[in-house]
Structures are given as C-alpha cells and as structure tokens.
Design a protein around this ligand. Structure first.
Ligand SMILES: Nc1ncnc2c1ncn2[C@@H]1O[C@H](COP(=O)(O)OP(=O)(O)OP(=O)(O)O)[C@@H](O)[C@H]1O
Length: 619
C-alpha cells in the first residue's frame, strides 16, 4: 500500500518530523460493500438518472417504505419535507415517492400520542426529523398562545443546536410557528431582545445559555405551558458534566402534574447507566424504541481500520488515500484530542498538503463562536475538504458527503468513538473510518466496548524519512501542554509510570510538533508541572526563561479567543474526568493564566479516574 502511495505522491507529508522510517502494524476492513449490489432488482434505479456527486452506494437500510404522503401528519408538514429526500429516494423507487426513515416510522405514532420516549438509532439515520416532526404536529393540533415556548430542544453543543434550528425552520415553514436558538458564545443581549420581540414556539438551546437566561429573564414564564421537551444526544446531556445544569433547568419548568408535557430522549448510544438515569426524566409508562437489533453492532458498515503508529505521522498518507479513491469528492474529518492539538494538526496538514490534499478547515472551542459557526457552514457546503476538529463536532453534526473519519489519539470513550465515526456513512451512504493510535494507546481497542466493533488492523505501511514540520513555537508549547493535560486522565491506565507519561509527551513534541531543541523539552510553568504531578521528573522543563515574570506561559496569538467555552466541549471524557473538568471550569475565571488548552489536567486527588481497569499499556 505504501508503495502505491509513494508512486502516486512521491513527496510524502512532512507532518511527522525527522522521523525514522518505521514499519508499523495496521489493518483494514473491507470497505462498505457496494450496496447497489445488495438492492433487490425491483428497487434498483430504473434509469441511470443520477448525478455523479451523489454516492452510488447509498443503501436503503435506514429508510422505510412508508411514504411521507401516507404519514399521519398535516399537509403543511408534508409540503415542507425537504425536496432532496425525494431526489435521494427516487433513484430506487419506481413511484418517485418521499419515504420516511425507519426511526421516524418507528416513533411517529408514539410521538404523536404524547407518550414519553427513549429512542436509540444509529448515527446519521434521521433522528432529528424523528423528534421534530411529531412535536411540531402536536403543536399544530393544539396551537400555542403567542409568546409561549411550546417545544424545548436541548443540545450539548452550539453547532448542533444551530443545525437543529435549521431543520426545524425547514419543517415549520408552512406553519405559523417560529424557531429561536439560544447558544453560548454569542450575544446574550440580542437573545434576550429576540425572546421579547419574536415568537419562540420552538426553542433550541444549549444548557448553559438556557440556564443563564432562565435566571435573568422571564423565560421561565414563557415555558409555563410547555408541551414537549427533547434531549438530543441524551446520554451526553444526562452525564455528570451536564447533570447539575440540567437539574436546574428542570426546576424552572412547570410541574408535570399541572402541565403535562412529553419528554423525548434521543441518542445513537445509550449505556445501561444512562437508561437508569432516564427514569428521572421520563414517566413510568415511557416507551423505549431502538432500531438496533439485540446483537447488532452500533456502527454502519464503514471500513473501520486501526493504525498503530507512533503518533500522527500517518495522517497525510491516510488522507491522500481517500483523495485517491474519491478524487474531488474526498471529504474527511480528523478528530484530535485537544483544542491546541487540533490547531497544531491543522497547521501541519496545511503545510503538508499543498496541492496534494483538499483545503484544510479547523474547528475547536478556542475559536470565537462566530468563526466556529462560519467554518462549520463552509465545511457543510464544501464538496471536498479536511475538517480538523476537536470533539465539538463529534456528535450530531451532519456534514454531507464525509467520506473518511480519522481519529488521531484516544477518543474519550467507546461511545465517543461511535459518534465521531458516525460523521461518515450518514443517510445510508458509505464511508470509512481510521483510528491512529500510538503504541501505548492501543490497549483502548481491547476494552469491552471496542472489542465488539469490527475494527481491523490496517495493512502495514512503510514510511519514508520526512522533514521536520515547522510550527510556531508558542503553538508547540500550547499543544504540548494540552497533550499533557488530556493524557493526565490516563496516567494510571496506559502509562507504566509518570516518567513514561512525560517521555511520551516529549516524543509527541519532537515527532509530531517538530520541537527542535534536543537538549530540553517544551517549557511548562512550575505550577502546571506540579498540578500534573511531574515536577522534577526527567525531561520536564520548568526553566524560567520560557515564562513571563509572573512565571506563567505566554499565550499564543494564533487563536482569537482565550476564553475556554463551557465544560470542556473539545473532548468529552466520561466519568471522573468530566467531574474533574466541571470542577476545573469553576476555577477557570480565577486561574485563567494556567493554561492547558481546553483539556485541563486533573488535580492529583481529584477522584478523576473512574475507569480503573487497565488497558494493558503499549502493544
Ligand atoms: N427520509 C429521509 N430521506 C432522506 N434523507 C433523510 C431522511 N431523513 C433524514 N435524512 C437525512 O439524513 C441525514 C442524517 O440525519 P440526522 O442528522 O437527523 O441524523 P441523526 O440520526 O440525528 O444523526 P446523529 O446520531 O449523528 O445525531 C441528514 O442529512 C438528513 O437530512
């Protein structure tokens, strides 16, 4: 495979520093079978009336044969169903009908009946419409009084909230209802004003901003006759990082006995723990609907490949492989573990890609919200591109046509792996996933959640020597520090000792970030080193020359926003680490200068290691 790569792209990426060419283990799973071949003859397209940019291997597994025309919904809603659904479906259907997706079919009547729902369906199978449509239809049957909020949709991330608002706007376009969005990082004054001057029948919000407004405006009054509440990405919203905020929000809502309302929880992943918590939010007679068969694997038939290499030096070859396969339609997402790591990787790819890789986009919580939204929008529209991203886009985001998802480094959990991977192979299309792990991280693939997934080693690759990447020194220091912060949660699980943890960090600095000073590692402030429990260890550089007179690191000019957004959006660690992050977020205002990127390190006694099981260290 590498030979092939070398022939096609003789100048391989400079992403991985002065690295010694090294063979590493890898594997690949067959790509998603060409699903056209699996279609029954009568479903095959009658004529080749088909646009080249549309994925030929679209399959209908997640779409039912129920036509929207026959669904028990109002004509106003029917007329609003996006036209492209018809175009998408008609290639397989002689009747040129618009068909519902299977999760909508499974839940529509229950949703219309008003019963509480807990719903699980794979990523990219149309859950958004499945929760919006019944809620809107119930609204149509019982029109709200002006000024009241009737449907509240909560989303864990701002980009997802915007996306839901857009879909809701499409669906209500023939109804008199209006949709408002409340997200952090944007002007709260403007949002207050809009709440007072515009209808807000459907309110889509992120929890933090919603709670702010509940405390400072008469929004709680407007929620007095609420008819439905939806928690999208419910397992994320119900986990420990959001729990307090969510509880406070629910305290502002009217008593269910006086004002009955429907509660709907949706996600692609619902652990046993989450199912237990849901009882607090749902009525005892709630219905659990899942489109996953009992023993079905919760990913699509993507090619799932795992690469074990030393850090991210394979990234460019893997991305180029996708370009070779998809040409101008190659659209990839690269997930990184921290905001600064994302920034560094984007820069490295930009430098590496000239002329051989699609344009690079970058998104993480250290960018201003407006910039984040603009980048997300641009990448949605792009036919081809590489979005280097932290976990802010891991859940729910629907970027059409993503052909490849690469995960560099450890996802925070098996669930997060599934959500990230779910950015490709959406709406029945095919896609491929690759995870690149350093040898000491490969034990992650042996955890029970991950073992169940069909991840194959990638074919072995040989890498040539490549030049040292050139990164801004400040960005190198920030990314190094963020790496230490993120990996601090794994010290007991995957590193043999704190010393090994430091050694791996220094290797990352040299091999990935291109840190050129062989005599010493990137500098850390003594406070940072102490918090991480590595002060005084070999290879830790707390030399004062690197710091301002106050002893803290100087900040980077690369990212416009120094303010970290709420509760660690960049990575979504589970269990104890999230507990730590919440605690740490409270400290942020008083301790802004101590900067780990957005992955902030746990305090040593912070009770942050919940998953005590060992991943078995290096392979
Ligand atoms: N009936 C349909 N016909 C064709 N396309 C559809 C249909 N329903 C939904 N889609 C499309 O499928 C894509 C995925 O939908 P959506 O984002 O709602 O998935 P999801 O299940 O919420 O994903 P995730 O688990 O990642 O949040 C969207 O582009 C949506 O427009």
């Amino acid at each position: 495979m590498l030979t092939r790569l070398l022939v096609r792209w003789p100048r391989l990426s400079p992403i991985a520093v002065h690295a010694h060419a090294r063979a590493f283990r890898a594997t690949s799973l067959a790509r998603a079978p060409n699903v056209a071949a699996l279609l029954k003859p009568e479903l095959a397209p009658a004529a080749p009336a088909y646009e080249p940019q549309v994925d030929q291997s679209t399959n209908r597994a997640h779409f039912s044969s129920t036509r929207f025309a026959d669904a028990p919904i109002s004509d106003r809603s029917k007329m609003a169903i996006p036209h492209e659904y018809a175009r998408f479906i008609c290639r397989y259907s002689a009747s040129n009908c618009r068909c519902a997706n299977s999760i909508l079919e499974a839940t529509l009547e229950l949703g219309l009946s008003g019963v509480d729902l807990l719903v699980q369906a794979k990523t990219g199978t149309g859950k958004t419409m499945a929760f919006l449509l019944p809620a809107i239809e119930r609204l149509a049957k019982k029109p709200p009084r002006g000024g009241a909020v009737s449907i509240l949709v909560l989303s864990p991330t701002r980009e997802l909230a915007m996306q839901i608002q857009k879909e809701a706007n499409t669906l209500v376009k023939n109804h008199p209802f209006r949709v408002q969005v409340l997200i952090g990082g944007t002007s709260i004054g403007m949002q207050k004003k809009r709440l007072n001057t515009h209808r807000s029948d459907i309110l889509v919000a992120t929890p933090g901003r919603l709670l702010d407004l509940l405390g400072s405006t008469d929004l709680a009054e407007k929620l007095h006759s609420i008819q439905a509440i939806v928690l999208d990405e419910a397992d994320r919203l119900l986990d420990v990082g959001f729990k307090d905020t969510l509880n406070s929000i629910f305290r502002h809502l009217p008593d269910r006995d006086q004002n009955p309302r429907q509660c709907m929880l949706y996600s692609a992943t619902l652990s046993k723990d989450v199912k237990q918590i849901t009882a607090l939010y749902l009525t005892p007679d709630y219905k659990f609907v899942s489109t996953l068969a009992e023993d079905e694997i919760n990913t699509h038939e993507h090619g799932n490949a795992a690469l074990h290499c030393n850090l991210s030096r394979l990234l460019s070859p893997v991305l180029r492989d996708d370009v070779a396969e998809h040409g101008n339609n190659s659209k990839s997402m690269v997930f990184c573990t921290t905001a600064w790591g994302t920034s560094a990787t984007a820069k490295l790819l930009e430098d590496a890609g000239h002329g051989t890789l699609p344009p690079v986009y970058e998104i993480h919580s250290r960018m201003t919200q407006n910039r984040r939204l603009a980048v997300a929008q641009d990448f949605k529209r792009a036919r081809s591109g590489i979005l280097v991203t932290s976990d802010v886009t891991a859940r729910g985001m629907d970027f059409p046509g993503v052909t490849l998802v690469v995960q560099v480094g450890l996802p925070s959990s098996g669930e997060q792996y599934i959500h990230r991977l779910g950015r490709t192979a959406r709406a029945g299309r095919s896609g491929k996933g690759v995870i690149i792990l350093a040898p000491h991280e490969s034990g992650f693939l042996r955890t029970p959640d991950m073992r169940a997934l069909p991840i194959q080693p990638h074919p072995e690759l040989q890498l040539p020597s490549i030049p040292r990447p050139v990164l801004d020194r400040t960005l190198q220091i920030q990314a190094y520090s963020a790496w230490l912060g993120f990996n601090a949660q794994y010290v007991r699980q995957i590193f043999r000792s704190r010393q090994q943890y430091v050694n791996e960090a220094n290797k990352y600095a040299r091999e990935v970030l291109g840190w050129a000073d062989e005599s010493q590692a990137p500098p850390l402030s003594p406070t940072t080193a102490r918090n991480l429990g590595i002060h005084g260890l070999d290879g830790v550089n707390t030399g004062s020359h690197a710091f301002g007179r106050d002893g803290h690191q100087r900040s980077s000019s690369r990212s416009p926003s120094r303010k970290s957004s709420w509760q660690g959006e960049d990575n979504v660690p589970d269990g104890g680490f999230r507990r730590f992050q919440r605690q740490d977020t409270r400290e942020q205002s008083s301790n802004r200068r101590s900067d780990f990127g957005s992955s902030r390190p746990p305090r040593r006694n912070g009770g942050w290691v919940r998953r005590e099981q060992s991943w078995g260290g290096s392979s």
